[in-house]
Design a binder for this molecule. Structure first.
Ligand SMILES: [Zn+2]
Length: 331
């Protein structure tokens, strides 16, 4: 009986300890990846934040695509077998650096074990670095290399944006902190209305959550990211779009105006002031007051070839709760 109680206590303690353990692992994983990026930088002279940016972009794409296998390691850059081994290589799973090179494959042996393995972190990142080196190591040439690899302006824009974000903060663990878009102390209310028919703006569904608050209440960035768009649109009024490092595009509309100095290309962090709640939109520039002031907040996800709207409501609830807990803890 005593041993039964003991094992129940042990099971209980282990289950308590697990989340903490998982957390520590994540921290280690960021550190491990960072070490790898810097190692490749030392060899190639290509700044580490480009590798971090490419890896981050590909990680995001992988997590929402069913046609790409799960990553075997920490680095999530994906090479299709024919790209790794070479298009005409009769063996798509070839790991011989010599024959891969002969068939113009991109695979290389990065860790010096004699094999070019598409499942090894070091080999994968060295392969991408090696590809980029054929263009050069400065920003403009790296950009050309990225364009020739992805053939998509949006992808090149997202990756170079991530490179700037990582360079700016000097770290890569920027995805776990969020802020609620309006101060918690402000009078505000919101309901789950994603997918409803719109009151204004034609037949499209409502792609967001409306947060009702007083005119001029501060609107804040919800994540780390970069301002991708700022300006007037007939329906959205004054609006701002921010890309975070998980390929999400955060859309803030109907603003009363923008925070001083906010500009396209600016790097933001959670809680940073970007504008004020308003009622602008549904007419030529400057039109406002056609509906009660509210923040229209939408999130769109990019998967490498298309972008779609998803429901921000559960995230808003979570960020609101987290921020409330952090205030209580005095953080
Ligand atoms: Zn709305």
């Amino acid at each position: 009986m005593k041993s039964l109680i003991q094992s129940i206590i042990i099971v209980f303690l282990v289950s308590m300890a697990l989340p903490v353990h998982a957390n520590t692992q994540t921290v280690d994983e960021y550190a491990e990846r960072m070490q790898l990026y810097k190692k490749v930088e030392a060899v190639t002279q290509i700044p580490w934040y480009y590798f971090a940016a490419i890896d981050q972009y590909e990680r995001n794409v992988r997590h929402v695509r069913k046609d790409i296998p799960k990553a075997p390691g920490h680095v999530e850059i994906y090479f299709r077998p024919e790209v790794w081994a070479g298009l005409l290589n009769p063996n798509p799973n070839d790991e011989s650096p010599t024959t891969i090179q002969f068939f113009n494959g991109l695979g290389v042996d990065g860790n010096g074990d004699g094999r070019a393995s598409a499942t090894n972190d070091e080999d994968v990142i060295h392969a991408f670095a090696n590809y980029l080196l054929s263009y050069g190591v400065d920003h403009d040439n790296l950009k050309i290399g990225l364009w020739n690899y992805y053939h998509r302006d949006k992808t090149v824009g997202i990756i170079t944006g991530y490179a700037r974000i990582f360079k700016h903060f000097g770290r890569i663990d920027l995805e776990n902190k969020h802020a609620f878009p309006v101060p918690l102390r402000s009078n505000h209310s919101y309901k789950n209305t994603w997918g409803d028919a719109r009151g204004w703006g034609g037949r499209r569904i409502h792609e967001g959550t409306d947060i009702f608050a007083d005119y001029g209440v501060p609107v804040r960035a919800t994540s780390y990211g970069i301002v991708e768009m700022k300006g007037w649109n007939r329906f959205g009024g004054w609006r701002i779009g921010i890309r975070d490092i998980n390929n999400n595009y955060h859309y803030f509309a109907h603003l009363s105006g923008f925070a001083k100095d906010v500009r396209v290309g600016q790097i933001v962090e959670p809680g940073m002031l970007i504008g004020g709640v308003g009622s602008s939109g549904y007419g030529p520039p400057g039109t406002s007051g056609k509906f009660p002031p509210h923040l229209h907040y939408g999130i769109y996800k990019d998967n490498g070839y298309t972008e779609w709207s998803f429901d921000p409501y559960p995230h808003l609830r979570l960020w609101e709760r987290q921020e409330r807990q952090n205030i209580k803890k005095g953080r």
